[in-house]
Write a protein that binds this ligand. Sequence first.
Ligand SMILES: NC(=O)c1ccc[n+]([C@@H]2O[C@H](COP(=O)([O-])OP(=O)(O)OC[C@H]3O[C@@H](n4cnc5c(N)ncnc54)[C@H](OP(=O)(O)O)[C@@H]3O)[C@@H](O)[C@H]2O)c1
Length: 325
Amino acid sequence: MGATGAVGTCFLKILEERKFPYSSLKLLASERSQGKDLECCGKRYPVEVLTHDSFKGVDIVLASAGASRSLEFLPSAVKAGAVCVDNSSAFRMDKDVPLVVPEVNPEMIKKSKGIIANPNCSTIQLVVALWPIHKAAKIKRIIVTTFQSVSGAGQSKILELESQVKEFVAGKKPTVKEFPYQIAFNLIPQIDVFCDNKYTKEEMKMVNETRKIMGDSSIMVNATCIRVPVFYAHSESVSIETEKPISPDEARALLAKAPGIKVVDDPEKKVYPMPIDAEGKDDTLVGRIRKDESVKNGLSMWVVADNIRKGAALNAIQIAEELVK
Ligand SMILES: NC(=O)c1ccc[n+]([C@@H]2O[C@H](COP(=O)([O-])OP(=O)(O)OC[C@H]3O[C@@H](n4cnc5c(N)ncnc54)[C@H](OP(=O)(O)O)[C@@H]3O)[C@@H](O)[C@H]2O)c1
């Protein structure tokens, strides 16, 4: 579901790369995509229009067509006997729906009643990086500021940054259609709508989803989410306070052996993660690991990951691989 989108097309790449075992593949999108076809594993498949009858004979649904489509169509998929891995926010905080990052809480997959939610892209890379530290030293508080690429908002936003850059360098005023303001050569400190508490929905997703995935509702989280003129990969400045002391060296050693993480941390040699390094990669990159000298037990770090891969399509396919096992 959503096969033609930024996440959907990445699903096809990753199914091929990881040799995901399937005997047939159905690509679903809106009426706008009728007549298109897309390639996976060397074969072209027609894009079909999503309907309630699309799911007959389907074992696994990978959904990335937005929350309203998930709310409307996934119950039909479950009724038809499929297990759905949903990339949208529709069911994430539903108490009967597991919210899963395979490096953190794979055991929750078994509790699914037909729908498994994939977390928000910024939350996934945050919990991948923090889980090994939480297990060792118990995190009490997280302060995170995100620098989120335009691809996190879908295919149309990637094209908008590209066209605004072209207009800007040609000396023209960039045309604003998709974002609320010009994004080329600018930052926008708003992702999604504002809530009553003056945080945005994206920021509150990070608070609530982090607690649900890490299974600890006592963790305090303060998030600020910023859209930046980068095409792919989200970056995060993260500071944590832990119950037990943990040194930067201990944290580095724990992260170096944790699944899905690559430590990129040699600041003297100008070695630290950047979005251009994370683009197209599966690992969450962690660097700039240092003591937070403003609190008793504190660490700060810089976390970067490809939002379309680990933040969406890869995480969902890792869940699907567990289902197949
Ligand atoms: N981008 C990310 O980094 C990211 C990360 C995590 C989660 N997500 C979530 O994944 C979902 C998709 O995101 P995206 O970035 O891939 O968006 P996108 O590039 O805008 O793609 C949206 C997809 O949904 C389809 N769609 C839209 N309306 C539809 C309808 N009425 N019926 C059937 N299909 C419809 C589109 O089909 P057409 O091409 O036919 O319009 C397209 O395939 C969203 O829920 C998003 O929140 C995205």
